[in-house]
Design a protein around this ligand. Structure first.
Ligand code: AKG
Ligand code: FE2
Length: 299
């Protein structure tokens, strides 16, 4: 199989670097110990940023002391922090989204966070505070690898296509955005697939039937187990993921209380490699209308 652009093994510790970095799967993800996210130095931040680019999702166990203020400050090191369009927020901290099943936080379908925004988040930082004794794991999938394992002919067909990402929760909120199907990471320069089952409605350059078939294939391809990691949480673990090159889903296999707090960092504008191809218009005004109201009420 083609290797990912992102190296998979832990980088060798540099002198004076107390980080302990352990990959959690062969595809992506690493656990990082030896850092207190409440008070990180610039050098530690640079190392965390580099590790995120390398492993795509990082897990920091034992962050009991992380305060909401420090959580937001950690997010601000990556860029401007987002106020989520509809999920509940922490009182006094609108930048912190509360992830709780009974408040609409059971995100049990593969997705990219907020990809229906014209400028989707570059990173999400989830502090899991309470979790069930077993169950409630979360999975992430490496979208560099999803792209790299497509055939050359299929890659060529996708280059320059766009996809529309839609959120509809009538009458609360309705948003949509059009992004390249294959995006180029602004830092690493590598291509990755950028469509997701939860939000992507159609590819406007294709007929409706073609779009449905291509997207269905891309969803199944990008979610396959060989590209994923699955993380079993302990309370007060913090996950940081690069939202440009991963998808994730929460596994809905528990009844107990589970609660997390998330900070999301506002992003760049996703760019693709070549200019978009012309839209498909068979009968003048015949246009594809998203069939799926793809946001279930509550998320
Ligand atoms: O509950 C989880 O594990 C993940 C929820 C989610 O999709 C998110 O925080 O973006
Ligand atoms: Fe999410």
């Amino acid at each position: 199989m083609t290797q990912s652009a992102a190296p998979r093994r832990a980088t060798a510790p540099t002198p004076g670097d107390a980080f302990d970095v352990r990959p959690v799967s062969g595809a992506l993800g690493a656990e990082v110990r030896g850092v207190d996210l409440n008070e990180i130095t610039d050098a530690q931040f640079d190392r965390i940023h580099a590790l995120m680019l390398e492993h795509l999702v990082l897990f920091f166990p034992d962050q009991e002391k992380l305060t909401p203020k420090a959580h937001v400050a950690f997010g601000r090191r990556f860029g401007e922090v987002e106020v989520h369009p509809f999920l509940p927020k922490l009182p006094d901290h609108p930048e912190i989204t509360v992830i709780e099943p009974d408040k609409g936080g059971k995100a049990d379908e593969w997705h990219i966070d907020v990809s229906f925004s014209p400028s989707p988040p570059i990173a999400s930082i989830l502090h899991l505070i309470t979790c069930p004794p077993a169950g409630g794991d979360t999975m992430w999938s490496n979208q560099y690898r999803a792209y790299e394992t497509l055939s050359p002919s299929f890659k060529e067909m996708l280059e320059g296509l766009t996809a529309v990402h839609v959120l509809k929760i009538p009458p609360v909120v309705e948003m949509s955005a059009e992004h390249p199907v294959v995006r180029i990471h602004p830092v690493t320069g590598h291509r990755s697939l950028y469509v997701t089952r939860m939000w992507t409605s159609h590819i406007p350059q294709l007929s409706r039937q073609e779009s449905d078939a291509v997207l269905q294939h891309l969803f199944e391809h990008s979610e396959q187990p060989a590209f994923t990691c699955r993380y079993r949480w302990d309370p007060h673990t913090v996950a940081l993921w690069d939202n440009r090159v991963t998808q994730h889903m929460a596994i809905n296999d528990y009844q107990e209380h589970r609660r997390g707090q998330r900070v999301t960092v506002n992003g760049d504008l996703p760019t693709g490699g070549t200019p978009a191809k012309p839209e498909y218009r068979r009968n003048g005004d015949e246009r594809y209308y998203p069939r799926r109201v793809n946001a279930r009420v509550g998320y």
